[in-house]
Design a binder for this molecule. Structure first.
Ligand SMILES: C[S@@+](CC[C@H](N)C(=O)[O-])C[C@H]1O[C@@H](n2cnc3c(N)ncnc32)[C@H](O)[C@@H]1O
Ligand code: SF4
Length: 466
């Protein structure tokens, strides 16, 4: 790196490398509180049921994994005792029944996603049982997006064919990195050949949209070897790719302490890895989707990006097809009629609530008018890399310069955002530059009222933005 580039990178890192949310929701989950529980959730479901003709989105969390990957930040349960997973399936079915009883008129799904954990921890027959139970109570729209996360190391061709027969049309596979040294350090050994074989099975079974997950910022990742992983991913030509920034949060996930911290790439290397991914996927003809996804131009995600209908929720970037999302399973977060409702993360509490006929809600949050406005602003920035201020004025009946005087001053005044070249301001819009897209979380943080209100926390809460 030549000297002036080095000093520019150092300046950017000094300004923007700080703890910050990934904005899969606004307000973020740290604002959820115990004052929102079963009763409040039932009220929101009743309000949702009044919109009988609107389709819903449904998320089901299947948390089991046979082993833990050291980088994993998901809500998972590691066990080889199949009885635990069998009991959980019965509880999920109880929760589904309870949910359906509270939505007697609202029974159409335009989107369903099963995440984890590893949903394919379950045998094909179990997955089929859950799918059929849902399909008996809810009807899928003809163009419904039905997706599932699969770990290629534990997923069989039979499972893939069975999922396709049931009606799943999107698959997401975890990869992270093909470099054996990285794989060894994070306890996830998965060959290129195994991944390629499962992808071939998926295509043969009729899947037309497959996503691969990568992570940058893992131990021992260096640009020279990451290049090889990117080349290998490109030979597979997945329709979608997610390249997540490694969220290193050992204070929340103590198993991350087993990662050799000295092997984690420095922030400037992390930025270089991201720049490398941006370059590789753009040159290969992929469209950049929001912050960290790429899609082939004819994939629905790219089409949604092009027509401004891209959406972001707890599943990441999606094609928005429903205003309300209900969730099943431990840690699942519903987003219903202006409120978030999160299930307990603990199996015993989950089972006890359902045995009692209660929704296993642990925490939640009812958005007020200011939250709804800011949620829209942050979602559009994350999805479109631009914000149409006039559109916001029309939708919310506000004057943008009056409502966001402080934020506009910070973003477009003499502060770093404009001088660093992260954004441009026109009469109607805030536009992120290609550099600004890399720091979109920081730009969104300027609009985050809850974050601004907080005194600096004494212990860390969020992962770093770089
Ligand atoms: C539930 S897992 C994927 C499904 C399946 N269990 C697997 O591993 O293939 C979801 C994805 O989250 C991402 N992920 C997990 N922990 C992460 C972390 N700490 N930082 C960034 N991404 C993470 C990984 O890319 C992973 O593939
Ligand atoms: S990355 Fe996937 S397989 Fe690994 S621990 Fe997390 S959920 Fe389980």
């Amino acid at each position: 790196m030549i000297a002036h580039e080095r000093s520019r990178t150092a300046r950017l890192l000094a300004h923007y490398d700080q703890p910050g949310p990934r904005y899969t929701s606004y307000p973020t989950a740290v604002e959820f509180h115990e004052g929102f529980g079963d009763t409040e959730y039932r009220e929101r479901l009743a309000a949702a049921d009044a919109h009988a003709n609107e389709p819903l989105s449904l998320y089901a969390h299947l948390p089991f994994c046979e082993e833990r990957c050291l980088y994993c930040g998901c809500n998972i349960v590691v066990t080889r005792h199949r009885g635990v997973a069998a009991a959980y399936l019965e509880q999920l079915l109880l929760e589904l029944e309870l949910l359906a009883r509270h939505l007697p008129h609202r029974r159409t799904l335009s989107q369903m996603h099963w995440g984890g954990g590893t949903p394919t921890y379950y045998a094909a027959a179990d997955l089929e049982r859950l799918f059929n139970a849902i399909a008996q109570r809810f009807e899928f729209t003809l163009d419904a997006e039905i997706g599932i996360e699969v770990d290629p190391r534990v997923t069989s061709a039979e499972q893939i064919r069975s999922l396709r027969r049931l009606g799943f049309n999107r698959l997401s596979m975890g990869v992270q990195d093909f470099d054996p040294r990285v794989q060894d350090a994070v306890h996830r050994v998965q060959s290129y050949e195994l991944t390629a074989e499962l992808l071939r099975e998926a295509r043969d079974a009729g899947f037309r949209s497959v996503n691969l997950d990568l992570i940058y910022g893992l131990p021992y990742q260096v640009p020279e070897r990451f290049e090889r992983t990117l080349e290998q991913v490109l030979t597979l030509r997945p329709e979608r790719v997610a390249v997540y920034s490694f969220a290193f949060v050992p204070w929340i996930k103590p198993h991350m302490n087993h990662i050799p911290a000295e092997a984690l790439p420095a922030p400037e290397t992390k930025l270089a890895l991201l720049a490398q991914a941006i370059d590789a996927f753009t040159r290969a003809g992929y469209r950049a989707i929001g912050m960290d996804h790429w899609a082939l131009p004819d994939d629905d995600l790219a089409l949604a990006m092009a027509d401004g209908s891209l959406h972001r929720n707890f599943m990441g970037y999606t094609v928005q097809s429903a205003r309300d999302m209900v969730a099943l399973g431990i840690s699942g977060i519903g987003d219903v009629q202006g409120a978030f409702a999160q299930n307990t993360k603990k199996l015993p509490q989950y089972a006890a609530a359902l045995a009692d006929g209660r929704f296993p809600i642990d925490r939640g949050y009812a958005l007020d008018a200011d939250d709804l406005l800011r949620r829209h602003v942050i979602t559009r920035l994350m999805c479109d890399s631009r914000l149409d201020m006039r559109d916001v004025e029309r939708r919310f009946d506000i004057s943008f310069p009056d409502a966001f005087a402080t934020e506009l001053e910070e973003l477009t005044g003499s502060g770093p955002y404009r001088t660093d070249g992260l954004l441009t301001l026109t009469a109607d819009a805030i536009e992120l530059t290609p550099l600004g897209r890399m720091f979109v979380r920081n730009v969104c943080m300027v609009f985050d009222h809850h974050l601004r209100r907080k005194v600096a926390p004494t212990s860390p809460v969020f992962s770093r933005t770089v």
